[in-house]
Design a protein around this ligand. Sequence first.
Ligand code: NAD
Length: 507
Amino acid sequence: MISNFINNQRVESQSERQQPVFDPATGQVQDHVVLSSRNEVTQAISDAEAALHSWSTTTPLNRSRVMFKFKALLEENREELANIISREHGKVFSDALGEITRGLEVVEFACGIPHLQKGEHSLNVGTGVDSHSQMMPLGVVAGISPFNFPVMVPMWMFPIAIATGNTFILKPSEKNPSAPLFLAELLKQAGLPDGVFNVVQGDKEAVDTLLQDARVQAVSFVGSTPIAEYIYSEGAKYGKRVQALGGAKNHMVVMPDADIDGAVNALMGAAYGAAGERCMAISVAVAVGKETGDALGRHLQDKLATLKVGPGYGQSVENDMGPLITKEHKQKVCGYIQKGVEQGASVLVDGRDLELAKSSDGFFVGGTLFDNVTTDMTVYQEEIFGPVLCIVRVDSYQEALKIINDHEYGNGTAIFTADGDTARDFSTNVQIGMVGVNVPIPVPMAFHSFGGWKRSLFGPLHMHGPDGVRFFTRMKTITTRWPESDVKVGSKETTPSQAEFVMPTMK
Ligand code: NAD
């Protein structure tokens, strides 16, 4: 039974509720995860609160040293961790390693916390008066993460939250709950004190407890848009600071002057890597001009014939793409493919025809390619979160820009072109949070911040990087005046102070 990690130890849950955890490559149940009760989550909050004073007053350099040790342990254990990810998520081992690297980079960023948390200082804001600011921790904070990055997304959150002096409760996805427990063990080995990082497994009951408990100061959420909207409004109702990252529909514009081979290779990786279960996956290729559309369709169709689909685990696995996360999700993705057919898109490759998709109990769907998709079709409008790429054909760059800007989601986008002027116009005018120029998946590095626009993010602050530090801290500004000192002047005759009733101004 996969359970909780509280106060630096695995804790058996008393909850009677649990749910199966599958091996997506075989479809078999491999374990069960507890769904923690309200009481258990409340107890975890109490434990995190008890650890707060000591941890928040630990020197930033000592907090950063724990992060340095954690980074070293992650590097030593990355293969074991990648196997855990792969077995529960289904993504291929090399992709799981990539996810760990992107999370580890946030730990590297958090190692610099003594510098990042520094405030500003002004001498003589008035005569004899100085002012300084300091980024203070918030208190007990929580993270709620999705299934698709069981390590990277929690690591967008907790390294910065902990390094800045908060204590943290993670509620991972119940679909693949084991990797965060492994991270908790590594943090303990790195010397993190009891109660600073806790993992509670669960579903809506655990999430609602975190949202409603007044001791939790902030909630960082990543998941689908309907749940992100709920978390944002519910968190605000209970007076919390919230950042809630939601779903996506990411377009890649291919201009007539683009290197088609480069664009096709970029699309293959960005659309079908991790079986399309990435919030930055490209799910729409916008081909500008008939020739571009024809070339994309032809080349992608050829490449899809060579896409290797199969189980993801094992260091020597050579598959490009693993299964989807659950049987229900496979059915949902297949339902979208059916809708695309019914609504008149041209099916160049139907992933439901893949032998493995038909014969295996695993949750496999092959790479799917639609051409002549129009913006009124469901496969265009909704996030499918599977290996389905739609080609939308337009006549001009302006038309491409307009359809992207009209879409409800605004997470990531890319343009492939050889023309700097077009790329510059696109970067400036596209209403999307993360933009790639000849880069298909423009996920910002750890020292920048990650976040979308429109219905892909609720809340003003993005994740990790400078915004991550802002999210998990609040500014305190201290203004100081010391009375004239007889110690310094060497006599008892200092100027007496007077009561002042006007708004203080600089003197
Ligand atoms: P999800 O919204 O189903 O679940 C996310 C988290 O919310 C999980 O921990 C889950 O237990 C919890 N949850 C689910 N239903 C809830 C409810 N009714 N009340 C309270 N909590 C609830 O998302 P998922 O299927 O795990 O992940 C895929 C989604 O996440 C996709 O939409 C994807 O685009 C999105 N995502 C976005 C980003 C981003 O950066 N914008 C990154 C990764 C994933």
